[in-house]
Design a protein. Structure first.
Ligand SMILES: [Zn+2]
Length: 288
């Protein structure tokens, strides 16, 4: 397990946003032509593990204000098959390196309930399941209940994981399902962005300074979707809706003033969406 800090921090007004690397792992290529991959490879070499394999990442985000400590997503955890053996999650170690105690997290905001976003919601202590962030309210969009049903039907092998990481929290009263966009805290509002999952929701941070930050979850999975917004991964539950959401979000964040945090993009996962011909391109901020 690494002991290096794998983080990048952005300051926006009174809000500090830290991208935390949870997992870095080889990831299967997506089904598009070599010509498209060559274009992506030329523009984003750090998206690739080798010629035949992408480099997958999972980022979580810590949002801090004077009186708030909000964790966005809890990474992969020990997700069961068919998820490949990716269980080298670093979130816990990275929070520790930052000096963040689990009890200091007041909110866990879940962009959606796929396994790579809920993995550290709970943990076992002496064989007893407990909330990993015991003082936090866990939040997810109500429509994610549709994803729970979808996963129970399509990936029954993950039922136990779902039970431990999501349903148990609900049964124990830690999890709140919200039904409409709302202000989470000063200058931070939810942004309902369905398609990847029924209740997928991002966070928009805007303090009226002219600059904004979007925590985009999985609206975008790979920078290829800037060139080709219609490209859907097998993980998009509703591909048409995901495409419509991507187009709408791309249009709204390509203003040169909105920094986007894309969970699975190359580290540090922050960048700008730049209009480019009929579509867009991803302009990552420099790595430290
Ligand atoms: Zn994901």
């Amino acid at each position: 397990m690494t002991t290096e800090l794998q983080q990048r921090t952005i300051q926006l007004g009174p809000t500090t946003i830290t991208a935390i690397v949870d997992v870095t792992t080889p990831w299967p290529m997506l089904p598009v032509s070599d010509a498209i991959w060559n274009k992506v490879r030329a523009a984003y070499p750090s998206s690739f593990y080798n010629a035949e394999t992408l480099l997958g990442r999972v980022h979580c985000y810590l949002i801090q204000q004077a009186s708030r400590t909000i964790l966005v997503d809890t990474g992969l955890g020990k997700a069961p098959p068919p998820t490949p053996a990716l269980s080298s999650q670093q979130l816990e170690a990275q929070l520790s390196l930052m000096g963040i105690d689990a009890t200091a997290i007041d909110t866990v905001f879940l962009t959606h309930l796929h396994v790579d976003h809920v993995g550290l919601n709970t943990h076992y202590v002496d064989d007893k399941l407990q909330a990993r962030f015991p003082n936090a309210r866990y939040l997810a969009h109500k429509a994610e209940q549709g994803l729970i049903e979808f996963m129970q039907t399509h990936t029954p092998e993950r039922a136990g994981y779902l039970q431990d990481q999501v349903l148990w929290l609900n049964e124990q009263g830690y999890l709140d399902f919200f039904e409409a966009d709302f202000e989470l805290t000063e200058g931070i509002t939810t942004w309902f962005t369905p398609g990847h999952s029924p209740g997928h929701t991002g966070l928009l941070i805007d303090h009226g300074t002219g600059e904004r930050v979007l925590i985009a979850g999985d609206i975008f999975f790979n920078p290829i979707q800037m060139f080709h917004p219609s490209f859907a991964t097998g993980l998009d539950v509703d591909k048409e809706q995901a495409h419509a959401t991507r187009l709408a979000v791309l249009q709204q964040v390509s203003d040169g003033k909105t920094l986007v945090a894309a969970c699975h993009f190359p580290t540090p996962s922050f960048g700008y969406v730049v209009p480019d011909g009929d579509a867009y391109r991803w302009q990552p901020i420099a790595e430290d």
